[in-house]
Design a protein around this ligand. Sequence first.
Ligand code: PSU
Ligand code: MN
Length: 311
Amino acid sequence: MSTPLNTDHLVVAEEVADALAEGRGVVALESTLLAHGLPSSVSLEVGRRLESVVRAAGAVPATIAVLGGRARVGLDAALLERLCAADADLLKLSRRDLGPALALGRDGATTVAGTATLAAQAGVGVFATGGLGGVHLSLGEQAWDVSADLDVLASTPVAVVCSGVKSVLDIAATVEVLETSSIPVLGFGTDTFPSFYLRESAFGVPWRVDTAAAAAAVIGTHRAHVPGGAGVLVVNPVPAEHELDRELHDRLLADGVALLRERGVRGKDVTPVLLDHFHRESGGASLTTNIELVADNARVAAEIAVELARR
Ligand code: PSU
Ligand code: MN
């Protein structure tokens, strides 16, 4: 079935377009975590695993990226390989970068902000990632690094399933911005805002849901009855058996922050440099945590998408 959504710059894969037309569950998957958040030695395997987790829960996966100046919602096997190739050298595309990348015919992975924008445009309402971008800790003179993820979620009607924000961020400030932006936050089986590698943080969540059906009820009702077009944030803590050891975590975090300061890392390089530091210095433990939390978020997102499709 062809879709009227397709243009020179937006291509919705046929399987995704069919699922949308038939009202079946679709889950968008973010590509920056594959191309910039994980070592290239594992990204293809993880990309494939996320897609199969979504399928196993009865939904259709739509990995989103910009390739050759075309926004792709749903990648075939060859495009997924291109996205995850060791020599791909992809740009990191937030919402503001989409126009330039499309016009100039570039290749790039999309962040939560970029992915949510394209998902909404294609009519995909649920998406899974690892951690949402947030407010960074002020590193000396480098104050004011606030991820566009927060701003985009405030005005884009997509539900994002993530494991909170990375503990390398200022979680207190991030939680405040979520409140100011009128973004509903649902703890999925938790009363605590998770911090990516760890199941908990010092902060609570305003609402708790314990099932995918309850999350879908909130998302559906919010969309239909609350004006403003904000997305919904569903926070799902990493499965307990894959949580990072707290002492190791605290040490890596302190070293990581020092390293950023020392090297003067800024802007869109901050998150990839920190993730790489964690993965190297933990001997792979943080990598396992990262992969397992994303896979669990893909499962939860798929279950929610299936429930939403039933409504
Ligand atoms: N989740 C992961 N790994 C990642 C990210 C999320 O497991 O690398 C990415 C997402 O693309 C998110 C980005 O949008 O981190 C935040 O980057 P920044 O702070 O530059 O906005
Ligand atoms: Mn930033």
